[in-house]
Ligand binder design. Structure first.
Ligand SMILES: C[S@@+](CC[C@H](N)C(=O)[O-])C[C@H]1O[C@@H](n2cnc3c(N)ncnc32)[C@H](O)[C@@H]1O
Length: 188
């Protein structure tokens, strides 16, 4: 049986929405935006995706690069990259952005999402999980950016929404936090 590299390297398991999405998305060229030390990147790499992890934290990228070198995973690349620049330079079948958007510059979020959409191949997918703040459920954490109700589904108008919800979850300390979760397929 193949070794679980996430647990081998002390990484958390891949985000549950990444695991779910991989039940329907075939291995392809994938991008992990705000990959940190690579819990999703390594998982996707083990499944056979050609995956690029990007993050502006160079220490996290170095950790991921060490795993890649040690394991000889030539289907994984990792780069220091500031997502706020919204300047992707390749096209992908699957772009993952889990719990990252809320750390980006609010004035750049529209450009970041447009850039993701423009760099998604027809038939490809975007997965976004991002904190929300609404009147009913104000965000208890001072993230630089949070989504409004319905905001994420609006910007994916024209895409096929394979999954969309704005569920409220409970954090370890009991506080309630609302997240938008979107898995969308580009149809044209
Ligand atoms: C909470 S972590 C999420 C990591 C990963 N996506 C996951 O699901 O485990 C947020 C990540 O976004 C990265 N990040 C924040 N702002 C960024 C930016 N402007 N450009 C690139 N990465 C950024 C942080 O360095 C951090 O690794």
């Amino acid at each position: 049986m193949e070794v679980d590299l996430n647990s081998h390297y002390g990484l958390n398991p891949a985000h549950s929405e990444v695991v779910e999405a991989c039940k329907i998305i075939e291995p392809c060229n994938a991008l992990d935006m705000g990959c940190s030390s690579g819990r999703n990147t390594v998982y996707l790499g083990q499944l056979g995706f050609n995956v690029t992890g990007i993050d502006n934290n160079s220490a996290a990228i170095d950790m991921l690069k060490n795993i890649v070198i040690e394991q000889g995973m030539n289907n994984i690349k990792a780069h220091v990259h500031d997502i706020n620049n919204a300047c992707l330079d390749a096209d992908y079948g699957f772009i993952v952005c889990t719990v990252t958007l809320m750390f980006t510059e609010p004035s750049r979020v529209g450009a970041i999402i447009s850039d993701m959409q423009n760099h998604t191949l027809t038939g490809g997918y975007n997965l976004i999980v991002c904190a929300m703040s609404t009147e009913e459920q104000p965000c208890p954490v001072p993230f630089p950016f949070t989504l409004r109700a319905g905001q994420l589904s609006e910007v994916y108008e024209g895409w096929e929404l394979t999954k969309y919800n704005e569920d409220v979850g409970t954090m370890h300390n009991g506080a309630k936090l609302q997240f938008a979760t979107l898995l969308a397929r580009k149809t044209n």
